[in-house]
Design a protein around this ligand. Structure first.
Ligand SMILES: *Cc1c(COP(=O)(O)O)cnc(C)c1O
Length: 379
C-alpha cells in the first residue's frame, strides 16, 4: 500500500541520515565530493550542479507527491519551464498555450523561444474544441494551467490528456495554483507537471524554486541532461527550505481553502463587489470540471469592484493584514491589482485583465481577522 499524502510529504526521500541519524535531511553545502580512486564515487555524487543529496531528497518527495516516477528541481519555476520546453521542442515546432497564461511563461515563449523558431497559439483552454482545431501537424506541446491566474479559469485535464494522446502531443500541466494536494495531473493523463515551488509548495514566501515531474523515462532523462548542461539548479539551502515547506502542505492547503471559502461568501454579499472569481462557486463556468478534478478549490480569489479601477486600487492600499505584493501561496495573505502589477504587461493584448480586478492570495491567518481587514478596506 502506498502511504497517504501527508505521510509522503514528511517521509518520501527523507530517511534519517545514514551517517549521523539526523532525522532531518542535512543541507549538503558542498560543490564537490571526495572520490575513492579515480571515478570511485561513494554515493553517485561528483559535482553539485549534476547532483546534490539535499536536492535529491527534494526531487524524491516531489515525485512522490505528484505520483510520478521522476522529478527534477530547478532554481525557479521559469527555469523548469525553459528546460521542459527545450526538451520537448525544436525550431519549427508549435505549441498551444493558455490565452491567459502566466505572464512569465508567455514572455519566455514570446520573447525568447520564438526567436529560436518556436511557434505558438494562445487558446481558451476551457474550450476543448478550440484546442483541437488549433493543433497543427507541427504541434508538439499542449501547455495547460488550471486554475489560471488571475481569473481562475478551469481546463479539463482528462479531456485535454485524451486529445494530446490522440494527436501525439505532450500535455504539460502547470500545477502551481492547485498544488498536488488538490490536483494530480499525472493521474488524469498528463505527461508532465510543472511547479513554481516558490508558491504553495515552499509556502512561506522565503525561497524561489521550480520543478518538473513525469513518469516518462525518456523525457526525465532529457530534462536531467538539460538541468546539468544549462545548470539552473537550486542550491542546497533552497532545497532544504522547499522540503521544510512541503511537510505541512496538506494542513496549510486545508486552511487556505477554508479561509478562501469564508472570504468568497463575504465578498459575494458585499454591495461594492461585482463579480467574484472562484472555482468553488456554482456560478463559475468551470465549477463542474473543477469539482471533478480538484479535491478542494484553492486559496486564490479574484473580484471586481463595482466603482471601477480607482476604487480597486484603493482597496489594495487600505488593507492592514493583506500585504500589497506580487506572488502568492504563502502563509500570509496578499492583495494585488493584476492590471497594474502582475499583469501590467498584458495591457492591450489578448491576455488583458479587467482594470477593476483585485486578486487575493488568502493566507492561513485567523479568518475573522482577514474578513475584518478586507471588509473595512472595502468601506
Ligand atoms: C510564479 C509562477 C510561475 C513562475 O515561477 P517562478 O518560481 O516565479 O519562476 C509559473 N507559473 C505560475 C502559475 C506561477 O504562479
Amino acid at each position: 500500500m502506498t502511504d497517504g499524502f501527508a505521510t509522503r510529504a514528511i517521509h518520501a526521500g527523507q530517511e534519517p541520515d545514514p551517517n549521523t541519524g539526523s532525522v532531518i535531511t542535512p543541507i549538503h553545502a558542498t560543490s564537490t565530493y571526495a572520490q575513492d580512486g579515480v571515478g570511485g564515487l561513494r554515493q553517485g555524487y561528483e559535482y553539485s550542479r549534476t547532483g546534490n543529496p539535499t536536492r535529491t531528497a527534494l526531487e524524491e518527495v516531489l515525485a512522490a507527491l505528484e505520483n510520478g516516477q521522476h522529478a527534477r528541481a530547478f532554481a525557479s519555476g521559469m527555469a523548469a519551464t525553459d528546460a521542459i520546453l527545450r526538451a520537448t521542442m525544436r525550431p519549427g515546432d508549435h505549441l498551444i498555450i493558455p490565452d491567459d497564461a502566466y505572464g512569465g511563461t508567455f514572455r519566455l515563449i514570446d520573447k525568447v523561444l520564438a526567436g529560436w523558431g518556436i511557434e505558438y497559439t494562445p487558446v481558451r483552454l476551457s474550450d476543448v474544441d478550440a484546442v483541437r482545431s488549433a493543433i497543427r501537424p507541427n504541434t508538439k506541446v499542449l501547455w495547460v494551467e488550471t486554475p489560471t491566474n488571475p481569473l481562475l479559469g478551469i481546463a479539463d485535464i482528462a479531456a485535454l490528456a485524451q486529445l494530446s494522446h490522440d494527436t501525439g502531443t505532450t500535455l504539460v500541466v502547470d500545477n502551481t495554483f492547485a498544488s498536488p494536494y488538490l490536483q494530480q495531473p499525472l493521474e488524469l493523463g498528463a505527461k508532465v507537471v510543472l511547479h513554481s515551488t516558490t508558491k504553495y509548495l515552499g509556502g512561506h514566501s522565503d525561497v524561489v524554486g521550480g520543478a518538473m515531474i513525469t513518469s516518462d523515462e525518456q523525457l526525465a532523462s532529457d530534462v536531467a541532461f538539460l538541468q546539468n548542461s544549462a545548470g539552473a539548479v537550486p542550491g542546497p539551502f533552497d532545497a532544504f527550505l522547499t522540503m521544510r515547506g512541503l511537510k505541512t502542505l496538506g494542513v496549510r492547503m486545508d486552511r487556505h481553502c477554508a479561509n478562501a471559502e469564508r472570504i468568497v461568501a463575504a465578498l459575494q454579499s458585499h454591495p461594492k463587489v461585482g463579480r467574484v472569481y472562484y472555482p468553488g462557486l456554482e456560478s463559475h463556468p468551470g465549477h463542474e470540471v473543477a469539482a471533478k478534478q480538484m479535491n478542494q478549490f484553492g486559496g486564490m480569489v479574484s473580484f471586481t469592484h463595482v466603482d471601477g479601477e480607482q476604487a480597486a486600487l484603493e482597496v489594495c492600499s487600505r488593507t492592514r493584514l493583506f500585504t500589497l505584493a506580487e506572488s502568492l501561496g504563502g502563509i500570509e495573505s496578499l492583495v494585488e491589482h493584476p492590471g497594474k502589477m502582475t499583469h501590467a504587461s498584458t495591457a492591450g493584448s489578448l491576455l488583458q485583465v479587467p482594470s477593476e480586478l483585485v486578486r487575493l492570495s488568502v493566507g492561513i491567518e485567523e479568518v475573522d481577522d482577514l474578513l475584518d481587514d478586507l471588509l473595512s478596506a472595502l468601506g
